[in-house]
Write a protein that binds this ligand. Structure first.
Ligand code: PNS
Length: 171
């Protein structure tokens, strides 16, 4: 029987508990899930691609059923390369819908045989995004429960090191 492979793409800058929840749901739909981190994103990331891969590996491992990879170029081309027939995206609120619809339809136009499926994380994560988590951490707020503990440690260390760099430049 052929293996069903799902691709779970994103920036994951950093991975949140919402992402982890979607990943565990995706694992139930596919024999193998490839977490795919976009390289060369226009957004300036807080963590390098290598750091993000590392953080995700620490939490989910890297066995045959869950792989963590980076990609550049078209998502559907990468999906074809890894043999994925499903693209998994998390949908939180109506505000996500327009952007996700555009991407899903564009990807379907490019490769009709690959289906995008939207999964909903637990309600408690419906407001959690990497962007907000970074903002709260930068402003000294507590992000425990929103990201895995290992990610929280790295996040706090990174924002503190950025702050001290800014302070030393200003002094
Ligand atoms: O977590 P994000 O930042 O919302 O993820 C966005 C991502 C990586 C899924 C999206 O930017 C993407 O697929 N980029 C690859 C470029 C591409 O294929 N573009 C054309 C189809 S929309």
């Amino acid at each position: 029987m052929t293996e069903r492979v799902a691709l779970y793409p994103g920036s994951f800058d950093p991975l949140t508990n919402g992402h982890l929840d979607i990943l565990s749901r995706a694992r139930r739909l596919a024999d193998r899930v490839v977490v795919a981190i976009l390289e060369n994103d226009v957004k300036t990331p807080l963590f390098s691609v290598a750091e993000r891969i590392d953080m995700i590996h620490e939490i989910v491992g890297d066995d045959r059923s869950t792989l963590v990879r980076s990609f550049s170029g078209l998502l559907v081309a990468f999906a074809r390369d890894v043999g994925a027939t499903l693209i998994v995206r998390g949908l939180r609120a109506v505000s996500d819908y327009e952007y996700e619809l555009q991407m899903a339809l564009m990807n379907r136009r490019l490769t009709p045989s690959i289906e995008t499926v939207f999964l909903m994380a637990k309600e408690e994560y419906s407001y959690v995004s990497s962007r907000l988590v970074k903002e709260v951490a930068r402003l000294g707020g507590d992000v425990s429960g929103l990201v895995p503990e290992s990610v929280r440690h790295r996040l706090v260390a990174r924002v503190l090191s950025q702050e001290s760099r800014v302070e030393s430049r200003e002094s």
